[in-house]
Design a protein. Structure first.
Length: 433
């Protein structure tokens, strides 16, 4: 989507399968016990297409091999349509058994009592060292329970580049913010556009705001903004957008709002741009979507966006969750699939394919096929003391998320900080309630 983690839409056709089950169907009761018979046909809603969609199919094949009495039907919908479709189907009483989701949607459905309670599973995983309590927080609902599993992690604020292009330009990887801007200015002086930006799809712009907010405002302000504890006019937030406005004016291409994510990414691969600020999934997207044979570490590499000040930069993470419908006709099979998706065995399947960060700490570094994936996976927060922020708009979700992305497009167009902050105060009023 995950965006976004993994919100990658690559132009591959997607199949939108709408349920026609009557509104009263599947109005089942409580979460299943682990002792139920593992059988039945499950509907699973996914957003992944292209190379990511193929990888997810391999994961599901692993589950069906483990549980041959269960058949999984994957229904693929574009990310932008997924929330509306799920809202409709849950309201009709005919939701998918298992659905990919972001934290905002998990909290919405959990508050309505529509999701399977997974507390017992999470208790076991945390005590066994598979996940940290901070990672568990990403799957928390508003009903006091943990109502989702984290399947696909992503580490963001990674600046992707071609080492050969850097060497040809006589440029070195920067380690401080001053070095970062120096490299960007040097690239411009040499006639190279510093950044590839796929703003036509809107979500790539949030990769920028989150990266800069965490570096300029810090993790505390970032997480307080995500949870509605402070407003957009907080001085730390305003300062962050002033830094971002300068980046836009100085280093963004004129095509920032007319280029899609794929256009921008493949443009960087072709050498039209020096850098791209994106997540770890780029390591899979580049070779499979841009039609180029790339050797990780040699033709494709990354560095973390440097800290803005003297303090270490908090880690910017995101990830895709799966939630189970309480109304599932096959609750034991649904729970089994959710527990499988959270397991190191399932996550290792995609880890071996590449372009993936396993959130389960038990997935070994040896599972990753190349240096880029291993280095990205090593950045996933495994220590509870590590400061981090989860993708801001994905955390908030709902109407605020949609309007925020639209406001960002206008901000890239005019770089007007005061107008943007004023607009966001109107859109997001949580801190005043």
């Amino acid at each position: 989507m995950t965006r976004r983690h993994a919100r990658v839409t690559t132009g591959v056709a997607t199949a939108l399968l709408l349920s026609t089950v009557a509104a009263c169907a599947g109005s089942g009761g409580s979460a299943p016990s682990s002792g139920g018979k593992i059988e039945g046909k499950l509907r699973v809603l996914s957003n992944w297409t292209g190379s990511e969609g193929d990888a997810f199919k391999q994961v599901i094949k692993g589950f069906e091999a483990k549980h041959p009495s269960v058949k999984v039907q994957i229904e693929t919908v574009p990310f932008e349509q997924g929330q509306a479709l799920l809202t409709q189907q849950f309201a009709q009483g005919s939701p998918p058994d298992v659905s990919v989701a972001l934290p905002g949607l998990v909290r919405t459905f959990s508050q309505q009592g529509l999701l399977m309670n997974l507390d017992s599973s999470w208790d076991k995983w945390v005590s066994g060292g598979e996940y940290t309590p901070s990672v568990r927080d990403m799957a928390q609902g508003l009903d006091g329970h943990t109502d989702a599993v984290l399947f696909k992690g992503n580490v963001n604020a990674l600046i992707w580049y071609n080492p050969k292009q850097m060497a040809k330009l006589g440029l070195s990887v920067p380690h401080t913010w001053a070095q970062f801007t120096s490299v960007l200015n040097a690239a411009k002086a040499k006639g190279v556009t510093p950044f590839a930006v796929g703003g036509k799809d809107q979500w790539p712009l949030t990769q920028w705001t989150d990266s800069i907010l965490l570096r300029v405002a810090g993790a505390t302000a970032f997480n307080d903004l995500a949870r509605g504890k402070i407003g957009w006019d907080d001085p730390r937030i305003v300062k962050s957008f002033r830094v971002f406005a300068n980046m836009i004016r100085s280093y963004f291409p004129s095509t920032s709002l007319s280029s899609s994510f794929t256009d921008a990414t493949c443009g960087r691969v072709a050498g039209k741009f020096l850098f791209e600020n994106q997540g770890a999934f780029i390591n899979l997207v580049d070779p499979q979507e841009c039609g180029t044979n790339l050797v990780p570490g040699k033709d494709l590499s990354f560095f973390e966006m440097p800290a803005y000040g003297s303090a270490p930069a908090p880690q910017f993470v995101s990830g895709d969750l799966f939630m189970g419908a309480k109304a599932s006709k096959h609750p034991a099979a649904t729970r089994a699939l959710l527990e499988y998706l959270a397991s190191p065995q399932a996550q290792e399947i995609w880890a071996k394919i590449g372009g993936y960060v396993a959130p389960n700490a038990k997935v070994p570094a040896s599972a990753y096929p190349n240096v880029n994936d291993r280095n990205a996976a090593a950045l996933w927060p495994k220590n509870p003391s590590q400061r981090a922020g989860y993708d801001l708009d994905d955390w908030i979700g709902g109407e605020i998320q949609v309007k925020y992305e639209q406001a960002l497009s206008q901000f890239v167009r005019d770089s007007d900080v005061d107008a943007f902050i004023s607009k966001m105060k109107q859109i997001d009023t949580r801190s005043h309630q």
